[in-house]
Write a protein that binds this ligand. Structure first.
Ligand SMILES: [Zn+2]
Length: 122
């Protein structure tokens, strides 16, 4: 039987708006901020970066964290990466909340081709 990983953020995103509406007037600003941070943590809402393994070319999208000390994801530590990452390093490309990881990846590929052409490898 498969195991589905359910996160607090998933619950907040699914039921948070209705729960906040039902609890209106009973939640502090601090509590609302924690819920909002948890919902947005490591999602496209906060932007992120693309890590490209220099060994196999695998791209991994890593969204920015909220850094809220109450957020379960921020307390959980770093997520596992590509197996080559430790050996060969990885290219690191940032993108803003209003941009997409795909566009950052495309920019990176164009830059890599330009650099290889400049080095005479293409
Ligand atoms: Zn967080």
């Amino acid at each position: 039987m498969g195991h589905v990983a359910l996160e607090v953020a998933d619950i907040f995103r699914s039921h948070g708006p209705a729960w906040r509406k039902a609890q209106r007037g009973h939640l502090s600003l601090g509590q609302l901020k924690v819920m909002s941070a948890t919902e947005q943590c490591r999602s496209a809402a906060l932007g992120g970066h693309v890590l490209r393994c220099e060994g196999c070319g695998t791209d991994r999208i890593a969204y920015n964290s909220c850094r809220n000390r109450h957020c379960p994801k921020c307390q959980a530590g770093a997520a596992p990466g590509c197996k080559h990452r430790r050996d060969t390093g990885a290219a690191h490309l940032g993108f803003g909340a209003d941009a997409s990881p795909a566009r950052a990846r495309d920019r990176s590929r164009r830059r890599a081709v330009t650099e290889r052409r400049a080095l005479g490898r293409l």
